[in-house]
Design a protein. Structure first.
Length: 59
């Protein structure tokens, strides 16, 4: 897998020790390094939280 940003705008670099990195345009905020193990865990946690919130709202 290449380092940097992909077409979806996800940042992945296993050699980068940062979990949260600035976006390409720094004025737009921060993003998660999905190449880092804790970054993948953080992204999955956010996804699960969204699914739980949707289930509680509409279920």
């Amino acid at each position: 897998m290449s380092k940097g940003y992909d077409l979806l705008g996800l940042y992945h670099d296993a050699d980068d020790p940062r979990v949260i990195v600035p976006k390409r345009v720094k004025a737009l905020g921060w993003t998660i390094n999905v190449g880092h193990q804790r970054g993948r865990l953080a992204l999955a946690s956010v996804g699960v939280a969204i699914l739980i919130a949707a289930a509680l709202q509409y279920g």
